[in-house]
Design a protein. Sequence first.
Length: 123
Amino acid sequence: MTHWNDADLEKIGTSGELDLRSNRADGTLRAPVTMWVVRVGDRLYVRSVKGTDGPWYQGTRSRHEGLVEAGGVRRQVAFRDADPEEYADVDAAYRTKYGRYTGIVEHVLTEGARTATLGLEPR
C-alpha cells in the first residue's frame, strides 16, 4: 500500500469537496462526481449517501481505481473497502468537518452509507 504524502493529505483532507472519477472496465474514466471527503489520521475516506446501490459507488466496483481532485491535488487512487471497525472514526470525522450542515450530514452517517465507505489510497 502506498501512503499519502503530508502535503497532499493536508490539502485533500481540509478541502470542502472532492471530485471522484472511477475507471470503467476498459480503463477510461467516468464523469466526475463531487462529494465530501474526510481525513482520519493518515487516511482519506468517502461515502455514498445512497449506500452500495449508489451509481458512483457501483462505478468503483469494476476496477477499484480512479482519479480524485481536491485542494489543488490530482491523484490516481485505489478504492479500498473500509473495515467496519473504521466506521466510528469516519463517522466522527464527518460530524467534526461537516456538522455545521445540520440535517445533511446525517445522510452520510446511516448504516447504508457506512457500508459504502471507501478508503482512498494513492497509486
